[in-house]
Design a protein. Structure first.
Lengths: 268, 268
């Protein structure tokens, strides 16, 4: 199975242009991929000035331009594709991502842990952390800052996820190395697709760190993008490697968990 | 407050000699410390050949030679000291660590997650993951492989731990970098005291990776020992830095946890 990331630098507010560019890069550089992960909020960019502005970019899924774009691209590439976007649902707005399969079926995850001013723009996600099926395996969806909370990857791995698909707009430096710990402790693969470039709006500035990557269940970085520019990284993996939770023969990284000692304490 | 590690290479089975050497190094190089962490199984070494052999090195706490050593050293240095040792309790044997305060009072933690053949030598720990008080702050005790399970540091931090004291006998390469993630995700300090050298017994060989360290709540390595040899690293810290779970002003790393979405799933 071939999994990978597409890293790029969207222009704020230019959805049509950004999607067209994403499609062009994917068609040129991601042929043969089975699971391709694109960044968080890839169609619109990140730095909204208000909830009202963010709402104006919100789109239905299914039924919006990102869904139509994804459906066509997934069919054409014969691949499952994950992308982050602003999802409108009635008066609610979520920082969501969708996984689109080649057959046109899709799953949506709404970001649970909002970072900084995302709390002004979006509603907190309400999706249970359950893996979704695609490409014959189980995919765990999380978005950017969700990585910071070890419970997210843990719950997805306990639920059977073999690959974490992780659309991101990372600005802090920690995530690329920390995702190696997430993979190691759960023995799963992770594909983090980050964006690059910067946004300057309303007197504020955000720079995004790139370094999109694919990491294996042993914490090894299998592919990593530079800090700047467009990059597509695709790696051949065997999701079954994420089923072997006991590489030493004596320690099953999941079954050895002492839930008898710490289970209830985690609910506090 | 001054916290630090003492890294050294015990000789297997020579408890009296190892303790005497630990005391000498501590008196020479750790004056003025408030919390000093020594390695796992520091008095005896690691590579037991059988449970019977391990039991023969088991000692009562309080009441054994390591307790007497610790009591004297903690009083003399005016510091709290953490050390790993084989603890006998009736017919049970634990891979434990003790924290000894200058006033002679102590707390014991029994390792919950046994690594490889430790499962043949020791009983699984039964200590709840609750921080202990020392030096005016809250200390979380965990031993070596416990780091691998994110629940351990998480539960200790939720319980109020500001500093993780982490006696270790690390053989895998991952822990030093991964502890940065543990500190970052929980915004706590961690003092990992590892051993160095190798043991060759019964046709088996273990090499220990050193790299003892102190890490801050921002994931920064404040001191790190080399891979080999004796080292003492002491750092001035303010445990109050571990109380600020919200360095950005918008994200409290603890309160933002979506326990409503993942709480019960972690009990599985």
């Amino acid at each position: 199975m071939r999994v990978g990331y597409l890293q790029f630098d969207p222009v704020f507010g230019r959805r049509e242009e950004n999607l067209e560019r994403l499609g062009r890069i994917a068609r040129e550089r991601a042929r043969g991929v089975n699971l391709l992960v694109l960044p968080e909020l890839a169609p619109t960019g990140y730095l909204f000035l208000s909830r009202e502005e963010a709402l104006s970019y919100g789109e239905l899924f299914p039924g919006g331009p990102t869904e139509r774009f994804l459906e066509r691209l997934a069919r054409e590439l014969g691949a499952s594709i994950v992308i982050g976007f602003a999802e409108r649902s009635g008066e609610r707005l979520f920082n969501s991502c969708a996984l689109m399969r080649p057959d046109g079926s899709s799953s949506v995850y709404r970001k649970a842990h909002l970072f900084l001013d995302e709390k002004d723009w979006f509603d907190q996600g309400d999706t249970p952390f359950e893996p979704v099926r695609a490409e014959g395996t189980d995919i765990g969806l999380l978005i950017c800052f969700d990585w910071y909370f070890p419970e997210v990857a843990r719950v997805l791995a306990i639920g059977g996820a073999k690959i974490l698909a992780h659309p991101s707009n990372l600005v802090l430096p920690h995530c690329p190395e920390a995702m190696r710990t997430r993979c190691l402790e759960n023995r799963v693969f992770a594909v983090t697709a980050n964006r690059t470039g910067s946004e300057n709006r309303g007197g504020r500035s955000f720079s995004f760190i790139g370094q999109s990557q694919v990491v294996g269940p042993d914490g090894k970085v299998l592919a990593r993008a530079p800090s700047n520019g467009v990059d597509v990284g695709i790696v051949e993996i065997d999701p079954a490697d994420a089923e072997r939770k006991d590489p030493t023969g004596r320690n099953d990284w999941m079954k050895d968990r002492r839930t008898d000692l710490f289970g209830k304490l985690l609910d506090r």
